[in-house]
Design a protein around this ligand. Structure first.
Ligand code: NAP
Length: 303
């Protein structure tokens, strides 16, 4: 037997359990990784609350990203060996003692990268890069990034800045100094937000990258940006209603993940992990995530 995060009913974090499951093994063409850390994402909570994925069944595992040590190699796998330190992604079930994936989902972990950060880089960076690229930003752009200090927001503002665009980001005051350190003009969200956004960019905005949806996106709609230059990853209903784009994560490759890891090690990309929880505290960890506030990523760790 081995252990994994599981839930047998839909609901809040209280349905999450760290339980014994049948031990998985590396089938032909697959690699088993002993997980050291697994990234957490709001997607996990959306699925866990039920009704988010048609045909989803229980009991379910969760977790789409991890870092760990290769400990079993299936027949035919030549590009990894037992003992290799890796980071990678899975469709689900990464929050477990062992995860089994094809080698194309893995890249080697640079020695300089700690386990928690390694497990938290992939999903948000992939999502942010695709969203930023979709708007073809350049030095003449002024872009608003909502939820700029969140998991996806942080790589989004950095990839947007790298195009030469001026970047304005919404966050609570406690995250403003941090956003300034990334070259972002921070604006507090909440009452009076539109006026503050206009004051932060007197010549107006040419693009919006929304990571929040709801009121944050409705506020952004008041800035008179062409709908084709407003992308949201968090509100398909408002996007459909207003003709906005919805480019999010997808098309992951090991090469891309390796490049994000390289950028983090080189200091070219900052992916802060605000807290690591032992996996035995998985419910408490998701109570923290579900607040929807805080800087950067949360991670589960495995001894
Ligand atoms: N479509 C896709 O492919 C895709 C991929 C990844 C994520 N997503 C979705 O994108 C959303 C963001 O994900 P995430 O990982 O970045 O979440 P997250 O890390 O939990 O986001 C938290 C951030 O949201 C900020 N925030 C809260 N209320 C806000 C408001 N009213 N206005 C502006 N900012 C606000 C918080 O700022 P303060 O701490 O300063 O309050 C915090 O920094 C989620 O809905 C997620 O499911 C979609």
């Amino acid at each position: 037997m081995s252990k994994a995060v599981r839930y047998s009913e839909y609901g809040g974090p209280e349905v999450l359990q760290w339980v014994e499951v049948e031990e998985p093994h590396a089938a032909e063409g697959h690699v088993r990784v002993a997980v050291r850390a697994a990234g957490m994402n709001p997607f996990d909570s959306k699925v866990r609350r039920g009704g988010y994925i048609p045909g989803h069944t229980l009991p379910a595992g969760q977790g789409a990203e991890f870092a760990g040590v290769v400990d079993e190699i299936g027949e035919g796998v030549t590009d990894f060996a037992v003992g290799d330190e890796v980071l990678g992604w899975a469709n689900t079930g990464a929050q477990a003692e062992f995860v089994v994936v094809p080698p194309s989902n893995l890249t080697r972990k640079p020695a300089e990268l700690d386990w928690a950060t390694a497990s938290a880089i992939g999903l948000v960076s992939n999502t942010a890069k695709r969203a930023v690229d979709s708007l073809e930003l350049g030095p003449s752009d002024t872009v608003l990034v909502t939820a700029a200090a969140g998991g996806v927001g942080i790589p989004t503002v950095q990839f947007a800045r790298a195009t030469g665009a001026t970047v304005v980001g919404t966050a609570s005051e406690s995250n403003h100094e941090f956003l300034e350190s990334l070259g972002v003009i921070p604006v507090a969200y909440g009452d009076g937000e539109v006026e503050r956004l206009r004051a932060a960019a007197p010549s107006g905005y040419t693009a919006v990258l929304d990571n929040k949806g709801g009121d944050a996106l409705l506020t952004a709609l008041e800035l008179e940006v062409a709908p084709a230059r407003i992308n949201t990853i968090a509100d398909r209903a408002t996007a459909a209603e207003h003709g906005l784009t919805t480019v999010g994560g997808g098309g992951k490759t090991a090469q891309e993940l390796a490049e994000f890891a390289r950028q983090v090690v080189a200091g070219e990309l900052v992916i802060p992990v605000r807290k690591s929880y032992p996996v035995t505290e998985v419910a408490e960890a998701y109570r923290d995530l579900d607040t929807g506030h805080g800087r950067g990523k949360l991670v589960l760790t495995f001894d």
